[in-house]
Design a protein around this ligand. Structure first.
Ligand SMILES: *[C@@H]1O[C@H](CO)[C@@H](O)[C@H](O)[C@H]1NC(C)=O
Ligand SMILES: *[C@@H]1O[C@H](CO)[C@@H](O)[C@H](O)[C@H]1NC(C)=O
Ligand SMILES: *[C@@H]1O[C@H](CO)[C@@H](O)[C@H](O)[C@H]1NC(C)=O
Ligand SMILES: *[C@@H]1O[C@H](CO)[C@@H](O)[C@H](O)[C@H]1NC(C)=O
Ligand SMILES: *[C@@H]1O[C@H](CO)[C@@H](O)[C@H](O)[C@H]1NC(C)=O
Ligand SMILES: *[C@@H]1O[C@H](CO)[C@@H](O)[C@H](O)[C@H]1NC(C)=O
Ligand SMILES: *[C@@H]1O[C@H](CO)[C@@H](O)[C@H](O)[C@H]1NC(C)=O
Ligand SMILES: *[C@@H]1O[C@H](CO)[C@@H](O)[C@H](O)[C@H]1NC(C)=O
Ligand SMILES: *[C@@H]1O[C@H](CO)[C@@H](O)[C@H](O)[C@H]1NC(C)=O
Length: 502
């Protein structure tokens, strides 16, 4: 919906913003710089041109915690519609990385004031976005819990309060509507905001949320652990052949052959039926047969982590999720006929830095007992700080918030059941949860994007209509990436617990 454009009342100079204070924090440095007719280019986004905005940047600390956090707020000078948008991060990054800057530029071009934050975890090393080794440990055995808490929650409230104050100082009014927009880590941030700071945002879009991080990150390590137990590291082609066989068996159950398993629960494909089957392997330099070990590894991915008593610890991925290749749950690398495992970096670092608290720990020799211990430690020590799984969303409801989550059923990293489990728990607390929180699964969609399924590109618009007009979305439209012939498929994503496409 259109809102009238609002012009700034005050100039884009630091003194416009310098009276802003934040409880619990001390501002170290504040700058404001006008950008006029700016062209900005970031990875994953088209180039934005003609942008006019005031770039307010802040460095602050929580006295006593010896931290140093950064926030940027981009205030449109010519296109402001009295809306604000908080842009989420990804992986271990809270924001202020290329993906978030692209999101900020898009938001500014659409008339939002935009805010992003680094939770104090930025570094000169671009890889640190992905890996916490620069900040996780104060020393061997000692996790920097303040840093983790900044990432988990505190920085989200800080940045939002700062941004709202800057908006007020620049335009004379606080934002009329505030939105959070994130996927993965950004989705987790959205849910943390709804759970812990329920009155900060009117609308939250929390895609493929990395909630229950302390559980899935250990659970996702399980296939690598099983390979170590078996002392066998199957070729990617064998693992992919099993996945393909599952897709071939279950794809057509919905009446359409499109490479997508629409209803994972209806897919009862048993991977043991393909043991010994032939497979052409470019990575193994020739034909092979599907090994028993490959089947066991795939069962570990699909069945999820189990403990020494064969009890389920956490959920698995669905059968059409890609499990090989970079960051795949069963990624292996093969040279000259010898393969080794390569667990997803996010899980590896979680186990090493946050659970073992020792980067030199040799996870490859871990026993089942030790694996079970790590899972227990993760639950005991991190649920309250980082689990982001409080199902009681009634305070968010009571402050008038609306929230949308989407999750790809072919997610390669975070099991869709992670989200389903949470949503069912929220429903158990409040049977009317759909009045303010709606969940949509997207068959075939990978983690936030990728895969053959559709990304709900207009989810933010749907959220805005819900917040500003009271019209709740009953479907979202998922739009696929173009295939090799440039064709794009659109399909409606149904409101959970309805099943899409059936
Ligand atoms: C800062 O100054 C502006 C302009 O005088 C005023 O509108 C605003 O309320 C002040 N903010 C604080 C936090 O004092
Ligand atoms: C804005 O920048 C573009 C190049 O990005 C340039 O072609 C155009 O003339 C500029 N417009 C103004 C009003 O300066
Ligand atoms: C905004 O300001 C910060 C701090 O000066 C700077 O690092 C950043 O590059 C600026 N962003 C843009 C888009 O100019
Ligand atoms: C605070 O952090 C700096 C580096 O960021 C370090 O040099 C200093 O020793 C720390 N101070 C305390 C009291 O831990
Ligand atoms: C392997 O490749 C050969 C030659 O292209 C083909 O005839 C055969 O069907 C393939 N086998 C499998 C299992 O895909
Ligand atoms: C463990 O439990 C699963 C699920 O019930 C079952 O399929 C599997 O056979 C069990 N494994 C063992 C070793 O008993
Ligand atoms: C997901 O949860 C449903 C319902 O509890 C269950 O039937 C299904 O087996 C689970 N799928 C996976 C992959 O864990
Ligand atoms: C793989 O084998 C080739 C030929 O035997 C050899 O030249 C190469 O060094 C080997 N590579 C590795 C990583 O062992
Ligand atoms: C806004 O709500 C009205 C009535 O509830 C409805 O008729 C209209 O289509 C809605 N507009 C949008 C943009 O959803």
């Amino acid at each position: 919906m259109r809102l009238p454009l609002t012009s700034p009342l005050f100039p884009c100079i630091s003194s416009t913003f310098s009276n802003v204070t934040l409880f619990g924090a001390s501002i170290i440095e504040l700058g404001a710089a006008q950008l006029t007719n700016a062209s900005l280019a970031y990875q994953y986004y088209p180039t934005f041109s003609g942008l006019n905005f005031c770039n307010v940047s802040v460095t602050y600390t929580h006295p006593g915690q010896n931290d140093s956090l950064h926030v940027q707020v981009w205030l449109p000078s010519t296109t402001y519609t009295e809306r604000m948008q908080g842009i989420g991060g990804g992986s271990y990054a809270a924001g202020l990385n290329d993906v978030s800057f692209g999101g900020m530029a898009l938001a500014v071009s659409e008339g939002y004031a935009a805010v992003s934050l680094d939770a104090g975890l930025s570094s000169q090393d671009p890889d640190v976005d992905l890996q916490p080794q620069d900040w996780a440990l104060l020393g061997p055995g000692n996790v920097d819990l303040y840093a983790l808490q900044n990432l988990a929650s505190v920085s989200l409230s800080d940045a939002t309060l700062l941004a709202k104050a800057f908006v007020k100082n620049y335009y004379g009014q606080p934002p009329k509507f505030s939105y959070w927009n994130g996927c993965s880590q950004g989705g987790r941030q959205g849910l943390m905001l709804a759970q812990q700071y329920p009155d900060l945002y009117d609308g939250i879009l929390a895609g493929s949320p990395a909630i229950s991080w302390n559980k899935w990150a250990v659970g996702d390590y399980y296939p690598a652990f099983i390979m170590d137990q078996l002392k066998q590291y199957p070729y990617p082609c064998e693992l992919e052949a099993i996945r393909t066989a599952a897709v071939n068996a279950c794809d057509g159950l919905d009446g359409v052959v499109d490479g997508i398993i629409t209803d994972p629960e209806a897919c009862h494909f048993d991977p043991r039926t393909v043991v010994g089957g032939p497979v052409n392997c470019s990575d193994a330099a020739g034909p092979r047969r599907i090994s028993d070990a490959a089947v066991k590894v795939v069962q570990a991915v699909w069945g999820g982590a189990r403990d020494a008593h064969n009890e389920s610890l956490w959920f698995g991925l669905n059968k059409d999720a890609v499990i090989t290749g970079s960051s795949g749950l069963a990624e292996t690398a093969c040279t000259n006929g010898t393969c080794s495992r390569s667990p997803p970096p996010l899980c590896n670092t979680w186990l090493q830095y946050f659970l073992a608290k020792d980067p030199s720990v040799d996870l490859a020799t871990m026993t089942q007992t030790y694996y079970d211990d790590l899972f227990r430690i993760s639950v005991q020590q991190y649920t309250s700080i980082y689990g982001t799984d409080d199902p009681d969303l009634r305070p968010f409801r009571d402050s008038g918030g609306k929230m949308i989550t989407y999750h790809g059923l072919a997610d390669v990293l975070i099991p869709p059941n992670n989200t389903r489990h949470y949503y069912d728990a929220a429903t158990a607390v409040d049977r009317s949860v759909q009045d303010y929180y709606r969940l949509f699964f997207s068959p075939g969609l990978g983690h936030c994007d990728g895969g053959l399924g559709g990304r709900p590109a207009s989810a933010l618009d749907a959220l805005q209509t819900w917040v500003e007009n009271g019209t709740a979305p009953d479907v979202l439209i998922g739009t696929s990436d173009p295939d090799s012939r440039g064709n794009v498929i659109e399909r409606p994503l149904c409101l959970y617990p309805k099943k899409t496409g059936l």
